[in-house]
Design a protein around this ligand. Structure first.
Ligand code: 4AD
Ligand code: MG
Length: 432
């Protein structure tokens, strides 16, 4: 057999012999010609089988092929702009590896629950390929952004001794003789230790929230990237966030244009993601809600619908800063000009995709932080190490967390986060 090739590299094989290994995506016949569409994970290729050019065995093999059967095809590669994928193969040989038996996901329409139950197979479809390739590009560009700016990657533990983002969404587990452990809600506290050690770091890993609500924006397990920088204040934090968003959106537009097209994504709003991004205070955001006639009460946190209404005022992501401290986490520093406000920032994506980034300047005063721990009924003993960061050379510092799945959902223009991760975990879904 001729050398094995991946479909994405077919441009180098025009006019030459090649062998492609993959799975049958679709097939059809017309008279003495048979067409098969093969996918190999890197693309799709149309194979053409002409009766007089192949053995009877090969010609008949075509009839036994079912959707998702695995096979190898060999023949001469031709460029053909009309063919799916842009190339065609004059097939000389077909080798069946394994026939698939009644593949459940057919080209007809299926319900979302049916597909979610078969997520392990659904991943083979072109729409899922497009989404997960965009996800990959986002993760790649996140690392590229921080690595290129001298940030150290700091892996934070998954088992933790206490809550970071409120006690109502903690997943609890038994931990040998040491009592209870909790799955991390955020790597931030460890990122802060890293920032004091290395100046600028990013934590990037899975995080867990026992979200009891069933919404299109919440997963119980999601990926978050969390930069943390010593000596940065809230403004520096917002500067970093806007530069970061411009970088990742720019990379997806440049490197994943074909996938965005497959998803029929209107990229108008994505092209607007250029710094500076608008910055408004919480109070200004409340004013927008009031003008638009919602019943929002000042002092509350924004719900999903409020975020959508606010973001509709802007043609790019908007940064909302200085929230009422009482709706935010214990570690946030208060605004010296108004103690009721936290030096927090949320970035709301346009088109109703909601909060993609949550960040803040951190409380750096030992006594104040201790007071906050008590106010939030958090166990002082579990935070003793964290207080050390304020005992030994405390400095102003800030950071933020970007949710990968919300970001994928926004950039791909999806109406639910469930397709943005290979195997989503939600309140009612633990399988496959
Ligand atoms: O706003 P959050 O809760 O912030 C933190 O965890 C901070 N410790 C981050 C930091 O400052 N280092 O979460 C940050 C982001 C949200 O903006 C959202 O994009 C995502 O994480 N997120 C979720 N994504 C999917 N499902 C959930 N249940 C999510 N909860 C938060
Ligand atoms: Mg938040």
């Amino acid at each position: 057999m001729s050398s094995r090739v991946y479909i994405e590299n077919l441009a180098d094989y025009v006019g030459r012999e090649a062998t492609i290994s993959g799975w049958l995506y679709n097939k059809r016949s017309s008279g003495k010609i048979r067409f098969l569409i093969l996918r190999d994970g890197t693309g799709v290729l149309q194979g053409v089988i002409v009766k007089q050019n192949v053995s009877e065995k090969v010609f008949n093999a075509f009839d036994t092929l079912t959707q998702e059967s695995s096979l190898r095809i060999s023949g001469t590669v031709r460029k053909d702009d009309r063919a799916p994928g842009g190339y065609e193969m004059d097939v000389k040989d077909v080798e069946i590896i394994a026939l698939a038996n009644d593949y459940p996901i057919t080209p007809k329409e299926h319900g979302v629950e049916f597909l979610m139950d078969r997520r392990h197979l659904w991943l083979r479809s072109q729409r899922q390929h497009a989404i997960l390739r965009v996800r990959h590009e986002i993760i790649r560009s996140i690392r590229e952004f921080f690595d290129g700016r001298g940030f150290l990657l700091m892996d934070a533990p998954i088992f933790t001794p206490a809550a970071c983002e409120g006690t109502s969404t903690l997943f609890e587990t038994e931990y040998f003789d040491l009592g209870k452990a909790y799955l991390t809600q955020s790597g931030q506290l460890y990122g802060e230790a890293g920032a004091m050690a290395f100046g600028k770091v990013y934590v990037f890993g899975p995080t867990f929230r026992a979200e009891k609500s069933k919404t299109r924006r919440h997963l119980t397990e999601f990926w978050m990237v969390e930069p943390e920088v010593a000596f940065n204040d809230l403004n520096d934090d917002m500067d970093l966030a806007e530069e970061f968003l411009e970088h990742i959106v720019g990379k997806v537009l440049k490197n994943r244009a074909a996938e965005l097209k497959t998803l029929e994504r209107n990229t108008k709003f994505l092209e607007n993601v250029k710094k500076p991004l608008p910055r408004i205070t919480y109070d200004e955001a409340v004013e927008i809600l009031r003008k638009k006639g919602t019943s929002f009460e000042r002092g509350n946190d924004f719900g999903g619908t409020d975020e959508t209404v606010i973001s509709e005022e802007f043609d790019r992501p908007v940064m909302v800063h200085r929230y009422p401290a009482k709706v935010k986490a214990f570690y946030m520093k208060r605004d010296p000009k108004n103690e009721d406000l936290a030096l927090a920032v949320d970035v709301l994506a346009p088109e109703g995709h909601g909060e993609i980034i949550g960040g803040s300047q951190r409380e750096d005063d030992y006594d104040v932080l201790l007071k906050r721990l008590h106010e939030h009924n958090l166990p002082e003993s579990a935070f003793d190490w964290y207080l050390d960061l304020r005992r030994f050379g405390s400095v102003p510092h800030s950071g933020f967390g970007l949710g990968v799945e919300r970001t994928v959902s926004w950039i791909c223009g999806l109406d639910h986060v469930r397709e943005t991760i290979p195997f989503p975990r939600m309140i009612y879904r633990l399988t496959p």
